[in-house]
Unconditional design. Structure first.
Length: 299
């Protein structure tokens, strides 16, 4: 049990189940604790990283560099990919919604915003007269501020999955296999929530298996950001932006025919196609390895 990988997996997965157990014994996803516990669960991969750090006793500065907490060897590249993730994730989300409507698997109501209206009414909130303006403001705030507001919980996951785990899987299995394996582990880790129908309520417990497909594809793209820069921060921004934007995209649908989250949206089959194409392009045409720092001159 002293090997780093088993320690990481036991802590990340064991603590995630421990955090989610109140949902299993107290109303499932309908519990008022769902949001709090789901957020708390996001920090369990960080607990795994800290457990491995305690085991290896690596100096803090070296550990930060090895696990991607620095900006990597090329700060300009990292900054550009942070910006690309910040703007690119919303683009992918809304493109997936648009493609779903164009292919007939989703119906949008951009004029009346009936699904957004119904969502507000279901929560007992007053529906503003200028609902369209409110929707635009919400989207803009989610795009601009979402990665910042979600940065800490997103780092809670990304320091584990992309910061520590991914480079080790790549070193032992090659780039593509390592990326696919890390995405599968990431998807499986969500099981305490997805077995309850999280993200795909109409699938019930089958949501756990379905969500793994999304995580494998999204994990390739997000993992590419980590490998390309040597830094975890572009992945943190991508993850934070995804969590902020993805739910809003589906609320553009028609209340009379709500979007099927299995088919449309970035986590649905339409989104899978977009992610697969993007992943293939990135891996085919852009090296994933960050530039290596120049050796210091010998005195």
């Amino acid at each position: 049990m002293k090997r780093p990988l088993p320690v990481f997996i036991v802590l990340a997965f064991g603590l995630s189940w421990a955090v989610a157990l109140p949902l299993w014994f107290g109303g499932g996803l309908a519990s008022p604790l769902t949001g709090v516990l789901a957020t708390l669960m996001m920090f369990t991969p960080t607990a795994g990283v800290l457990g491995v750090w305690a085991l290896t006793r690596t100096p803090a500065r070296s550990w930060a560099r090895e696990t991607g907490l620095t900006l990597g060897p090329d700060r300009r590249r990292t900054g550009l990919l942070v910006l690309a993730a910040w703007l690119g994730v919303p683009l992918l989300v809304f493109l997936s919604i648009g493609l779903g409507a164009a292919t007939g698997v989703a119906s949008l109501d951009l004029d009346g915003l009936s699904l957004l209206r119904a969502s507000l009414e279901a929560r007992g909130m007053d529906v503003p007269a200028e609902l369209g303006a409110v929707a635009v403001v919400q989207v803009v705030l989610a795009v601009v501020a979402g990665p910042v507001l979600n940065a800490i919980p997103a780092l809670g996951e990304e320091w584990g999955w992309r910061g520590w785990l991914l480079p080790r899987l790549v070193d032992g299995n090659g780039v593509l296999t390592g990326l696919l394996l890390s995405g599968a582990v990431w998807g499986l880790w969500h099981a305490p929530l997805t077995l309850l129908g999280y993200n795909y309520p109409r699938l019930g417990s089958w949501a756990a298996l379905f969500f793994m497909g999304f995580c494998v594809l999204a994990g390739v793209v997000v993992g590419w950001l980590r490998l390309r820069t040597g830094s975890v921060w572009p992945a943190v921004v991508a993850h934070g932006s995804l969590n902020a934007i993805a739910p809003l995209g589906l609320l553009l649908g028609d209340a009379a025919e709500p979007p099927n989250e299995v088919l449309t949206g970035i986590t649905g089959l339409v989104g899978w196609v977009l992610l697969a194409v993007l992943a293939a392009v990135l891996l085919r045409f852009v090296s994933v390895r960050p530039p290596q720092p120049s050796p210091e001159p010998v005195a």
